[in-house]
Design a protein around this ligand. Structure first.
Ligand SMILES: [Zn+2]
Length: 468
């Protein structure tokens, strides 16, 4: 079987072949760090974390980069509200992003570049486009000539004239007046307001346009055509369209081999949007007691290109599904087989499940079909344990497959035990008892915790706990 991915550029599923066999270069547009991330940001991060984990499962080495936009109008406005400097505000929400995504088991990117750290190469990039006649400067602002890039609309597959007209209506009049064509976009924006963050450039103090940031960070960190550029479908135009136009204009080589876009998030059947004021932040959800593992499962289970329909009802449903899988995972982890040799038929069934799982994920990361295979595996595992005679080798094989697949969905850390305060105190008391060589007491506490379903182990690093 071959891995296929839907490429927004070709609008087709294509066999996936990275430029270097066995290695994938991948970039995901990260958030502007001016607030807590909402479900839409989390969906993108979780969906492509699952993609990244599946690529690794398939044996690829993945070089994964995702940025922070730590400057611009949104940062500026929120910094004023919170009475922080722009840099302090960005730092605050970059840390919040790290905390929220860690709770959702989204692996940290190999690199998390921040736009503000790449000012010198951004200026160089703009200068190079001016040299090539692909850009022009007006009053300290620099614009890209979209008409000079022949395949400008190649990625978006939309009526760009209508879209740019719409966008132009929202722009400041000055920018409209300065642009030679309504579709041109700003590479560099003049900034002279006192107290507002700005960087020096040959065109005067200013800051980069948003699209420029990703182009430059991709070039600085990869220095070549990347295999996968990912992001929300709303970034196709203008963001990714403009990234592509400026990068290919500068380097005369393809910018990206495969464009992957995740679908929208609907909240209670309405599109999530600022104007509807129906943003749900991960921070608020978790603070209100939402189980992060259930949220992660919910974010990963819908196929990444489909709209994700968020509601409390759907979250609860996801919780019930996940519990079914985890119950089996716990039972398999606790099972002790009594037979010497495994069942050939059972092993064959497992091999068939594995083929089905991989076929589903190879088909443009079809997580929905892959999950049906996880539930079949859970059913098989439960049946095995219900039979009175089974071999540990079969338990082990089912268990390792299930855990490996749960990890792809970011929900394999169920072994991490949530102890009550009383249990934590007992554990601390047991450590003291052991240190005093009071093994009667320490064994009694161990037994007491075992009755509550918690297994205590003594390791070189101290006590560890897991579910029995
Ligand atoms: Zn980007």
């Amino acid at each position: 079987m071959m891995l296929t991915l839907y490429n927004t550029y070709s609008q087709q599923k294509e066999p996936f072949e990275p430029a270097q066999p066995g290695q994938i270069t991948m970039y995901l547009c990260g958030p502007t760090v001016y607030n807590y991330i909402h479900i839409g940001n989390a969906r993108s991060a979780a969906a492509f974390d699952t993609a990244r984990r599946y690529f690794q499962y398939r044996g690829y080495q993945v070089h994964f980069v995702s940025n922070f936009t730590d400057l611009g109008d949104k940062v500026l406005q929120q910094a004023a509200k919170e009475e922080l400097t722009e840099a302090a505000l960005a730092e605050k929400y970059a840390q919040a992003f790290a905390a929220d995504t860690a709770k959702l088991n989204i692996l940290p990117a190999d690199e998390r570049p921040r736009a503000s750290s790449y000012m010198a190469p951004m200026v160089t990039f703009v200068a190079a486009l001016l040299d090539r006649g692909m850009a022009y400067e007006v009053n300290g602002n620099v614009y890209f000539k979209t008409k000079e890039f022949p395949d400008y609309g190649g990625l978006a597959h939309q009526n760009l004239a209508a879209l740019t007209e719409n966008a132009a209506g929202r722009l400041q009049n000055q920018e409209q007046d300065e642009k030679r064509d309504a579709a041109d976009f700003a590479l560099w924006k003049k900034e002279e307001r006192p107290g507002v963050q700005a960087w020096p450039s040959p065109w005067g103090p200013g800051r980069p346009g948003w699209h420029l940031e990703c182009s430059v960070m991709i070039d600085e960190l990869f220095g070549q055509t990347i295999d996968i550029h990912a992001g929300g479908v709303d970034l196709t135009f203008p963001h990714h369209t403009n990234e592509r136009a400026q990068s290919e204009s500068r380097y005369n080589r393809p910018f990206v081999r495969y464009w992957l876009h995740n679908g929208f998030v609907n909240i209670n059947d309405e599109k999530m949007s600022k104007s509807l004021d129906n943003f749900v932040t991960v921070h608020d959800l978790l603070t209100a007691g939402q189980d992060p593992l259930v949220l992660r499962y919910f974010l990963s289970k819908t196929h990444y290109r489909r709209p994700l329909s968020y509601s409390q009802e759907h979250l609860d449903q996801a919780g019930r599904e996940l519990e079914r899988l985890l119950r089996t995972a716990r039972s398999l982890a606790a099972a002790k087989g009594n037979q010497e040799s495994g069942s050939v038929a059972f092993q064959e069934q497992l091999a068939l499940l594995q083929q089905r799982f991989e076929a589903a994920m190879d088909d443009d990361l079809n997580t929905e079909n892959a999950l049906t295979v996880l539930f079949d595996l859970a059913t098989m595992g439960n049946k095995l344990l219900d039979s009175s005679d089974y071999a540990q080798v079969d338990v082990q094989a089912a268990r390792s497959l299930l855990e490996e697949w749960l990890a792809i969905f970011g929900v394999a850390n169920w072994q991490e035990v949530a102890l009550t305060t009383t249990q934590q105190e007992l554990l601390a008391e047991r450590a003291t008892a052991r240190a005093a060589k009071d093994y009667v007491r320490s064994d009694a506490i161990r037994d007491q915790l075992a009755e509550a379903g918690i297994l205590v182990r003594d390791t070189a690093e101290g006590q560890t706990v897991e579910y029995l």
